[in-house]
Design a protein around this ligand. Structure first.
Ligand code: 13P
Length: 256
């Protein structure tokens, strides 16, 4: 973390978990544990149908609610999709884009991710862009190349003025939901590649102020060591964000 130059952001990604009623109960349990975080921003990225109950349950707190996906058009014949304007109108501030599960199961390409990023920025949302290599890519030694490509294509057409709305999450696919975490050094090395790539595109000032998160089996035990790395400014948390005590411990680690 480097709080002098950038925000520390801990975001929970609930994925496809919790009904609206369950969401309300989970946020109620979580709220007193994380609402006092002073030095880090906390975001809960919930399923679309839980947005309204999660927003009600976090009213008058500093906890922000985010979405997990967005379509790239404002409106039209796209059955089942939700636009950035719709999210913005609901009061949503953050949206995850290009999560590896969306790339893997729903055919999201780098080109689609880029279109979604531009649409979300246009609507005034903050984007959490996910990038990450597969185990096979890591073993082949092409991690840096892959990450640089993903970052460059996601940001294609964005401008330096957008930078305060851009968060990048490094999520090695082999670490998601597997209990296998990247070591702090491995994670920091790739987050450094991401920052260097942002520097090439938008310059040194923009790179210095960009929040770069790590995601992939982050939990109460390993959060502090990961967050102590100079280029890791927060976390995108899956499983542990569904457990109030675990999520609290991660927020506490970020709040040190
Ligand atoms: P886990 O924390 O469950 O590994 O999930 C990480 C993730 O995919 C967050 O977006």
């Amino acid at each position: 973390m480097n709080r002098r130059y950038r925000k520390t952001i801990i975001a929970g990604n609930w994925k496809m978990n919790k009904t609206p009623k369950e969401a309300r109960a989970l946020v109620d349990a979580m709220r007193p544990l994380i609402a006092k975080a002073k030095w880090c921003t906390t975001v809960l990225c919930v399923p679309f149908v839980d947005i309204s109950s999660a927003m009600k349950a976090t009213r008058a707190t500093k906890i922000a609610i985010g979405a997990q996906n967005v379509h790239w058009e404002n409106s039209g014949a796209y059955t089942g999709e939700v636009s950035a304007q719709m999210l913005a109108d609901l009061g949503i501030k953050y949206v995850i884009i290009g999560h590896s599960e969306r790339r893997q199961y729903f055919g999201e390409t780098d080109e689609i991710v880029n279109k979604k990023v531009l649409a979300a920025l246009e609507a005034g949302l903050k984007v959490i862009i996910c990038v990450g290599e597969t185990l096979e890519e890591r073993e082949r030694g092409v991690t840096t190349e892959r990450i640089r490509y993903q970052v460059k294509s996601a940001l294609n057409g964005a401008s330096v003025e957008n930078i305060r709305h851009i968060i990048i999450a490094y999520e090695p696919i082999w670490a998601i939901g597997t209990g296998k975490t990247a070591t702090p050094e491995q994670a920091n090395a790739v987050c450094t590649v991401i920052r260097d790539t942002v520097r090439e595109i938008f310059g040194a000032r923009a790179a210095r102020s960009t929040t770069i998160q790590y995601g992939g089996s982050m939990n109460a035990e390993n959060a502090a060591a990961l967050l102590a790395q100079p280029n890791i400014d927060g976390g995108l948390i899956g499983g542990a964000s569904l457990k109030p005590e675990s999520f609290k411990a991660i927020v506490d680690a970020a709040n040190q």
